[in-house]
Design a binder for this molecule. Structure first.
Ligand code: ASP
Length: 422
């Protein structure tokens, strides 16, 4: 039992990696011993429980954190001065990040590197999903160009919240609610705001518990995947290329996009910016949490980039909640990768939904390690890709999480410098 205690005391990302390796080994042993059925009946369901828990928490998490994010823009006068600009720039940078992710995912197509014949087996399992998607895209062809508005504006909140694929509608309601709350005198809605603060803390604790279960969930899902693929290892090569694509995207943002924005829209030198951001990125990289990095980001932005305290104290906390460029670029690549592995072809309108969902849902991603898992299951479900596909990428996610967190905080600091210059 001492070894179990030792494993449990390891950092979570090491546990997840161990879970992945253990799952692969169990899967290989099962294949050799003809125990595929045993894995499907007795092991895989635990992985499915993990995915279901992530899906369960998705709607409350996004709903509450969005309302908290929007109502967090407390000071209406400050908001009207710099709020509009800040949010517009945040949305624009997120949009660029998502499009970059889409571009890389579609050009490199890492998911297509898996061995078609061997993986036909997994694809068969998802055949009904593929058929369903074809059906939907055929139906979509007959609809008018504005039909997507129906997918955004709900006619019933409970109906929208009851269906994981209607996430966009829940997001719409939460943003609408938050904006309306901003216009009501603060004193009148104080109890509601503190209720949401408390709910947010509870939900984040629940996410924490679910993520603690991740090593076991990943092990079970991996074992199921290995028996599904009949021991095909091309999936791991594809996974390596997928990781390289994510890393490439992150470095393009860090070393290309942000320094360019700083050069064009502020009076700061690129070198000064890169030097000032270095310790912040390192902190974000090691903690994998942009929320935990906030104090360090604030200090660097005010002291080294000489951004006024008024701007920094507004732009950065808002950014931690709503601006996640690294996360959204990564999500776009992951969704495409999972769809490619499962052999699901996405139509243009589905790609557009992914862009929209990724932009909006990155707003609901908490700035904590692995914060995007929950939101990713939600976006996957919204475009009809089985959320279990997440198992493919979780095992190697930690280093990518570290990197995207560094990108997230750099994005916030860049926007703070841009708003201050204005
Ligand atoms: N760890 C990221 C952050 O804190 C969120 C995520 O993408 O998982 O910014």
């Amino acid at each position: 039992m001492a070894w179990i205690r030792k494993i449990v005391s390891l950092p979570l990302y090491v546990q997840i990696l161990l879970g992945m390796v253990a799952g692969i080994l169990v899967g290989i042993v099962a294949l050799r011993a003809d125990g595929g059925l045993f894995i499907q009946h007795w092991v895989r369901p635990w992985g499915q429980v993990f995915v279901r828990l992530l899906q369960l928490i998705a709607i409350p998490l996004v709903f509450i954190s969005l309302i908290k994010g929007v109502t967090g823009l407390k000071d209406i006068s400050k908001f009207s001065r710099i709020g509009g600009k800040t949010i517009a720039i945040y949305l624009a940078t997120t949009c660029v990040a998502v499009l970059l992710g889409m571009f890389l995912g579609l050009i490199v197509q890492p998911g297509k590197l898996v061995d078609r014949n061997r993986v036909a087996h997994i694809q068969e399992n998802y055949l009904s999903v593929v058929e369903e998607k074809k059906q939907i895209s055929m139906e979509e062809q007959g609809r008018g160009p504005l039909h997507f508005l129906n997918d955004i504006v709900p006619n019933n909140l409970v109906g929208a919240a009851a269906d994981n694929s209607k996430m966009l509608q829940v997001i719409f309601f939460a943003v609408f609610f938050g904006i309306a709350a901003l216009t009501v005198p603060r004193g009148r809605i104080e109890p509601v705001l503190s209720l949401f603060d408390g709910l947010n803390d509870i939900i984040l604790r629940m996410v924490d518990y679910i993520v603690k279960f991740a090593p076991w969930g990943v092990a079970a899902l991996m074992a199921g995947l290995v028996t599904d693929t009949g021991g095909d290892m091309s999936i791991f090569g594809a996974l390596g290329v997928y990781a390289l694509v994510v890393i490439g995207g992150m470095f393009l943002l860090l070393l290309g996009f942000y320094p360019m924005l700083i050069h064009c829209f502020t009076r700061l030198g690129m070198k000064k910016f890169i030097r000032a951001m270095y310790p912040v990125q390192l902190f974000a990289f090691t903690t994998s949490s942009s929320a935990a990095t906030l104090p360090v980001t604030m200090e660097a932005v005010e002291k080294d980039l000489k951004v006024s305290q008024e701007v920094a104290s507004f732009v950065l906390p808002v950014g931690v909640t709503i601006n996640m460029d690294g996360t959204s670029c990564y999500q776009a690549i992951s969704i495409l990768f999972i769809a490619q592995v499962l052999g699901i072809d996405l139509s243009l309108s589905q790609l557009l939904v992914i862009v929209l969902m990724t932009i909006l849902s990155s707003i609901g991603t908490p700035g904590i390690p692995g914060g995007s898992y929950v939101v990713l299951t939600m976006v996957l479900t919204s475009v009809g890709i089985p959320a279990e596909g997440l198992a493919l990428i979780l095992g190697i996610d930690r280093p990518l999480d570290m990197l995207r967190t560094a990108v997230n905080v750099t994005g916030d600091a860049t926007v703070a410098a841009m708003v201050d210059k204005r």
